[in-house]
Design a protein around this ligand. Structure first.
Ligand code: DX5
Ligand code: ZN
Length: 233
């Protein structure tokens, strides 16, 4: 069942723990931890072993998560030909569906199809993909997911170049899509969170930093409490 994201004002940055880093043998406990924490969304990484060199989990697992999650599912599709699976994804409980720029031949059409399903439409950029390639669709996007590692695995090192990409993206959206959500995915920690938010990001995904912590709920609380002054573009 899709969680309602209408009328969800963004007054503070959002935290989206990545379920990829959860303990799949006790997934229910980790879902409840996220439900009870200050996290805003569940980040769901779907990998096909073709677009990325790894396979995570698919829609049956996502449906099981959706059954118990009390917060919106933010789905990151790391798959080729995502158009084939958009309806499945929505029916499995997605509120936000993000496709990779590099996997879409007709991105504008794909974004329209996601919105037609009643979901927020996101585009993910690999570290090598310049922000400027979004110039002609920036108005049509609800969320841009900036990959700050190469997609496929949790626990990788954050790529420092990401800050400049976030600033460039905020500048590209200024005046035409000021409510654009900019989400950072990969290697997010308390060390880089404030700088990312200052650069213009407003959604932080965190996988291993949350789930490898001694106290995951407390770590989410700290990420949510990060203070920053929004940089003007
Ligand atoms: C990587 C995934 C990420 C991953 C992040 O391809 O898209 O969402 O789970 O994990 P950390 O936070 O450990 O880098
Ligand atoms: Zn992701």
């Amino acid at each position: 069942m899709q969680k309602d994201i209408k009328n969800m004002p963004i007054t503070k940055h959002l935290i989206a723990p990545s379920v990829l880093a959860a303990d799949f043998a006790k997934l229910y406990d980790d879902i409840q931890m996220i439900n009870n924490s200050e996290a805003d969304w569940f980040h769901i990484d779907i990998m096909d072993g073709v677009f990325v060199p790894n396979i995570s989990f698919g829609f049956p697992v996502m449906q099981a998560i959706a059954k118990y999650a009390t917060k919106p599912l933010d789905v990151h599709l790391m798959i080729v030909d995502p158009d084939r699976y958009l309806k499945n994804c929505k029916d499995s409980g997605a509120s936000m569906i993000t496709v990779h720029y590099e996997a879409c031949t007709h991105l504008h059409r794909t974004l329209a199809a996601i919105k037609e399903l009643g979901c927020k439409a996101g585009v993910a950029l690999n570290p090598h993909t310049p922000v400027s390639l979004l110039a002609d669709v920036i108005r049509d996007i609800d969320l841009v997911l900036v990959m700050s590692v190469n997609p496929g695995f949790g626990g990788q090192k954050f790529i420092e170049r990401t800050y400049d990409k976030v600033k460039a993206l905020r500048a590209l959206a200024a005046g035409v899509n000021d409510s654009l959500l900019i989400e950072i995915d990969g290697g997010v920690t308390l060390q880089n969170a404030a700088s990312l938010l200052q650069a213009g990001a407003n959604v932080l995904v965190a996988g291993s930093f949350v789930f490898n912590a001694a106290d995951s709920m407390e770590t989410i609380k700290k990420l949510k409490a990060v203070d920053y002054t929004l940089r003007s573009v």
